[in-house]
Design a protein around this ligand. Structure first.
Ligand code: ZN
Length: 508
């Protein structure tokens, strides 16, 4: 049966820190709960000293998520490590991840220090981390461009100091599979105490080789891999964990190793990340793309119908792709509705179900078939709404190729009804201008995305926005069969986050 490969998920740390993917505490918690269902071995929840928000997120994940090891990143500094432990100490199982430096390029230009000093600082940091926590991972940043002798010395020193996992990051996505396999083999041959630690690899996709590099490392003795769901991450992203996991599973006859992942949760995990961040994978994305299991060519369809094995190397069920996508309609009852939400992985209170059910009934009046994606859109919107400072009561927009786009908006703020109208270069712009005039919180739209949640002319439109307000930025989302309404609500969702923060004086 081979050996177990540890799956270390850094979606909430390395993934989250890339542009467009930031998540608040509540969103990180929801994502972490799903990662626990997927049964990853380690969740790296954040970089606690980097911000108050990151600290709170790591702490919340440590307090609430059971199962996986909860990990936080820190530099070699004592204050970093203490701060990380402050957040991690609540976890059932915790890991401190200390980040040193491997390459001369980073030593000279980033840290302005020497190899000798790096070894000393790393030993001290690992020792300090071990005095707090039994499970300590050490990573020399940019290891794939490091001098081989130095890398061996550094790893030997940190393992002696108590590191239980040594991670080799290809920080800049530079290495190729053959070289990476050879590097891991060399470390196993030349670092005398290497068997006291688990070897891990952390791969980036700058050359599209992240997963291939991980597989080469596994073939040469690595037993932990670090990546993200959907391959999100800085620049071209991190290696996509779902691809690595399914490669090991589908080609178990070749690799001979296994993971503890519940692969049937892969699809749901990928979808949840997409709906939280508003960035979905491309249709041809391996494993989780919309077309990954679609057979278009007639000759392929014929083969698949007579036996799926003709063109499918894995089944859609193995990643948890829902079979029957039409789920509910106008006449579905509350019970069927609640059951379906449960199947989709949502654990809602009675009150939340009731609110979602009334949105569902409204939607069913406008749209014949309700798909899983529609339900997700309803629930996601509900869960992402903060305590609303402003509520949309009414919107009317006119547009056309011969008229000036105009919008009239009525909002409610507690018991006060506020109304205004504005013109714009389109109906969405006009609606946003009107909202700005009412709220007195002018925003600049940084990003606007609209997407049909399902197929069909009656599909729900889901709008994601990022808005820069005076000194504060927020994202917002909303869904409706009317895209102008969805656009206004998404913008208002962002306004409400900022207004709510201002009211409470801190981040939600
Ligand atoms: Zn990275």
């Amino acid at each position: 049966m081979g050996e177990k490969i540890w799956i270390f998920d850094t979606t909430l740390r390395d993934g989250e820190q890339s542009p467009g993917f930031s998540m608040n505490v509540e969103e990180k918690l929801r994502m972490a709960a799903q990662l626990a269902k997927l049964n990853v071995d380690v969740i790296e929840a954040g970089f606690p000293i980097s911000s108050e928000g990151d600290f709170e997120a790591v702490k919340a994940v440590a307090q609430n998520i059971k199962g996986p090891v909860i990990c936080g990143l820190c530099r070699l500094l004592k204050i970093d490590i203490d701060r990380a432990w402050e957040a991690l100490k609540y976890a059932q199982r915790a890991r401190i991840h200390v980040l040193g430096c491997g390459s001369d390029i980073h030593l000279q230009y980033k840290l302005r220090t020497t190899r000798e000093q790096m070894i000393q600082d790393s030993i001290e940091a690992v020792k300090h981390a071990r005095s707090l926590c039994d499970d300590v991972e050490f990573s020399p940043e940019d290891a794939t461009r490091a001098d081989g002798d130095f890398l061996c010395q550094l790893l030997e020193a940190v393992i002696d100091a108590g590191a239980t996992t040594v991670n080799i990051p290809d920080t800049v996505g530079y290495i190729t599979p053959g070289e990476f396999g050879a590097l891991i083999r060399t470390l196993r041959e030349r670092v005398p105490n290497i068997h006291h630690a688990r070897i891990s690899v952390h791969c980036h996709n700058d050359l599209g080789l992240g997963v291939a590099n991980m597989l080469a490392a596994i073939e040469n003795g690595a037993r932990q891999v670090e990546g993200t769901i959907n391959g999100i991450g800085e620049r071209a992203g991190n290696a996509a964990l779902e691809e690595l996991i399914m490669a090991l599973k589908v080609r178990a006859n070749y690799y001979g190793h296994y993971t503890d992942i519940v692969t049937e949760e892969i699809y749901k995990t990928s979808r949840l990340l997409g709906s939280i961040t508003g960035i979905h994978v491309q249709p041809n994305k391996a494993i989780v793309g919309d077309n990954a299991f679609a057979h278009e060519a007639g000759i392929h369809q014929h083969g698949v119908l007579s036996n799926p094995i003709t063109y499918e190397i894995m089944t859609p069920q193995s990643i948890g792709l829902p079979r029957n996508r039409i789920v509910l309609g106008k006449h579905s009852g509350r019970h069927a509705f609640a059951k379906r939400l449960e199947d989709l992985g949502y654990e809602l209170t009675k009150d939340e179900i009731n609110r979602a059910f009334s949105r569902f009934k409204d939607l069913a009046d406008k749209k014949k078939e309700i798909f899983d994606e529609d339900l997700e859109a309803i629930v996601e919107e509900q869960l992402s709404s903060v305590a609303d400072v402003f509520m949309l009561e009414y919107i009317h927009a006119t547009t056309g190729n011969q008229t000036v786009p105009t919008a009239t908006v009525r909002l409610r703020r507690e018991d006060v009804v506020l109304q205004d109208a504005a013109i714009g270069d389109g109906p969405v712009d006009a609606a946003y201008q009107a909202i700005d005039r009412i709220t007195g919180i002018p925003g600049r739209l940084i990003d606007y995305q609209i997407k049909a949640v399902t197929s069909g002319k009656d599909a729900i439109g889901e709008v994601h926005v990022k808005v820069q307000f005076n000194g504060d930025a927020a994202s917002g989302k909303a869904a409706s069969t009317d895209v102008i309404e969805a656009s206004a609500k998404a913008y208002l969702n962002a306004v409400n986050k900022v207004a709510f923060r201002a009211k409470r004086g801190k981040q939600p």
